[in-house]
Design a protein around this ligand. Structure first.
Ligand SMILES: [Fe+2]
Length: 222
């Protein structure tokens, strides 16, 4: 007889995905060239960073939020990779609902906003989240010489507040941040509500990343 005296629920699990684009070396140089041209065309970049009283990210160039609409073959290919990876995350996180769907169910991944950031030396992104979307991501285009986790890497903050006991019982909640190593061609995907930022970047060679916010809809066959 099955013992039903214990039930363990894993509610509100937190998923962070890491995906590698094996085509990265083929597109890297062209992407950098494209970003250089973009920056010359729009030297002011993202309007928010130029507001008089803006206090926040610094020592970096940030593009406008519609990078996915730019007409560049490699960029479009990269957004296809990003879209596929985000859909994988969505399917794992929503498996319970998806199990009840018809096998032919299709999905639309919307890239709602996307931009690139070029960090100058000591460039920093303060902790923030991307509320209003379901999944957000970062893709590392160029890392520079030093990819150690203390140098410009992306960190995520524990989404639970409160103070913590020092006993072993809460060991699994102990870490207040998780840091991912930056690697060229790597994509990180996380739920948009999650607070994150990047450590100061100390390298001389520009570090360049692409970031995006997305939503996913069920596509009903007509
Ligand atoms: Fe962000």
């Amino acid at each position: 007889m099955k013992d039903n005296s214990e039930k363990i629920y894993n509610l509100w699990p937190l998923y962070i995905g890491e995906f590698i684009n094996y085509e990265h070396n083929k597109i890297k140089d062209d992407l950098i060239k494209f970003f250089n041209t973009y920056e010359k065309k729009f030297p002011e970049g993202n309007a928010q960073l130029n507001e008089k009283d803006y206090v926040g990210n610094y020592n970096l160039y940030q593009s406008k939020y519609d990078l996915h609409n730019e007409d560049n073959k490699n960029l479009k290919e990269l957004f296809r990779f990003i879209g596929k990876s985000i859909l994988s995350m969505c399917k794992i996180a929503n498996k319970k609902s998806i199990d009840s769907f018809n096998d032919n169910q299709k999905y639309t991944v919307n890239i709602n906003e996307s931009w690139f950031i070029r960090y100058n030396k000591e460039g920093v992104v303060f902790p923030h989240n991307h509320d209003g979307y379901s999944w957000s991501c970062v893709y590392y285009v160029q890392i520079g010489e030093d990819s150690s986790i203390t140098n410009g890497s992306t960190y995520f903050l524990r989404p639970y507040g409160g103070s913590w006991k020092t006993d072993f019982g809460a060991e699994y909640l102990r870490k207040d941040t998780h840091v991912f190593k930056a690697e060229e061609g790597k994509l990180l995907v996380w739920p948009s509500y999650l607070l994150h930022g990047s450590h100061p970047y100390k390298g001389d060679k520009n570090r360049i990343i692409i970031s995006a916010n997305s939503t996913i809809d069920l596509l009903n066959e007509k």
